[in-house]
Design a protein around this ligand. Sequence first.
Ligand code: HEC
Length: 144
Amino acid sequence: MRKFLLVTSLCLTAGLASAALAPVAAHADSASAVDGKMQVLPDGEAIYHHVCQSCHMPDGKGAVGAGAQFPALAGNPKLKSAEYPAYVVLNGFGGMPWFAGLLNDQQVADVVNYVRTHFGNHYTDALKPEDVSEMRPHLSVEEE
Ligand code: HEC
């Protein structure tokens, strides 16, 4: 649960563009996170803007700053396979927090499909929620 709060506060600090690299005080937005899930993000674009862009930037080009490096999703050949970004979103990767507890299967699929079809990416083979379900880490937080 503590991890959820940390992730939530990290995620809800979007819109800070260059300031995104600064450590951020915890101020979770209770309207966006209900029961630890993002309930009010209807599509991949909304999820990207609320959850991802504070690190990967609104244009998906990432950022490099003091002590942190956020890779570009724009033109990133690693997005060729839908499983790779889905795995990263579910499990986290290096300095990126995991979102398995925050986003449901549909939302993971939506945001993965969004980043694979925007920022100059044109991968049209859409990931399905069922695919995400199969990839989920076996021991989810709900089971604890
Ligand atoms: C708190 C900052 C942060 C947030 C929020 C975040 N990421 Fe990341 N992301 C990172 C960092 C840092 C890395 C690089 C990790 C590494 O290489 O060690 C990364 C890596 C990735 C990669 C792998 C890129 C590659 O070239 O290997 C993908 C794909 C990705 N993020 C997608 C997303 C998506 C989609 C979201 C929103 C659901 C998201 N990220 C939210 C910080 C973040």
